[in-house]
Design a protein around this ligand. Structure first.
Ligand SMILES: [Zn+2]
Length: 304
């Protein structure tokens, strides 16, 4: 470890590096002999294990997805957790295979949101013991946010609006629920284009407005998608043949290795990317090809 000031590395000159001005490398502490326990090493003290399903935006038998407690600078930041108190390297084969499927599924759900160009998937695991994978959405067009420093920018950029955040959470939850599990995030009970007073919002809630009645165009795809209660066969039939993604095969490992109903539906109900109606099935391999996003959804909540 350097005892004298090291020259700052080249990445400080990258366009994506969030800071400028005079920088110097911090002196490293001596390594400790024994590392402290992470938060929640014991399941009894684990905040994830002790959190009710209501703290999540979507839950299933073995997985849960949660959001931050408030909007942040990026269009979406989500955390995927196993329901079991395990860390990444402890996952049995079933959960390991499902983690792959869930990672792909959640990446696609977040990338389908308006104004999202890419989804960064991270697992650090230095803070809390319970497995938690981070999904960070990089705003479309914000080239300076590409790469390593996206999680830093999340704290730097002004938070996105509460309404947009809740709408996006509901969309992701609905997307995931297409494959099973239970969506717990609901869309904001307001007219999307017309700001409502709190009184109007309360009245709308009292009226029990359904998602279909207030959804904007981006929500319609979900409303018109196979209903949760549809059987596996019905779901398969309801998805037009030309809308089935080529890469539905991604789900195969879990289908082969599990027998429960949720896993069996994995490869049948891959929803159409709702914000890219003009894109073909191959769009999942070409996230840059999002003309609809570029034209109708300028990145929000991003600083200049
Ligand atoms: Zn736990």
């Amino acid at each position: 470890m350097p005892d004298i000031a090291s020259p700052v590395p080249d990445f400080t000159k990258w366009p994506s590096f969030p800071f400028e001005g005079d920088l110097r490398v911090k002196q490293l502490d001596n390594p400790v002999e024994k590392e402290p326990e992470r938060k929640g090493e014991d399941a009894a003290d684990c905040s994830a294990c002790n959190a009710p399903d209501e703290a999540y935006i979507w839950v299933s038998e073995r997985w849960r997805v949660r959001a931050m407690d408030r909007p942040t600078g990026l269009p979406m930041v989500l955390i995927l957790e196993s329901r079991s108190h395990l860390d990444l390297g402890d996952l049995p084969n079933l959960l390991a295979a499902e983690l792959g499927v869930m990672t792909v599924r959640l990446e696609r759900a977040v990338r389908s949101l308006d104004g999202v160009a890419r989804v960064h998937v991270n697992r650090w695991g230095d803070g809390s013991a319970h497995l938690h994978m981070w999904f960070l959405a990089r705003p479309y067009g914000r080239l300076q946010l590409r790469g390593t420093f996206l999680s830093l920018w999340d704290d730097i950029l002004p938070p996105i609006s509460e309404a947009r955040w809740r709408e996006s959470l509901a969309l992701v939850a609905a997307w995931l629920a297409e494959f099973g599990g239970k969506p717990l995030a609901e869309p904001p009970r307001i007219e999307w284009q017309a700001p409502s007073s709190l009184v109007q919002q309360a009245e709308a809630e009292a009226a029990g407005l359904a998602l279909a009645e207030e959804a904007d165009d981006t929500s319609v795809a979900f409303v018109e998608s196979p209903a949760d209660e549809a059987s596996v066969d019905e779901e398969a039939e309801a998805v037009d043949a030309d809308e089935k993604p080529d890469d539905a095969v991604l789900a195969d490992p879990v289908e082969d290795s599990t027998e429960d109903e949720e896993a069996a539906t994995v490869d049948l109900a891959v929803p159409v990317v709702p914000t890219q109606p003009s894109s073909g099935p191959g769009d999942s391999d070409a996230p840059d090809a999002k003309p609809a996003l570029a034209s109708n959804a300028a990145p929000q909540g991003a600083a200049t």
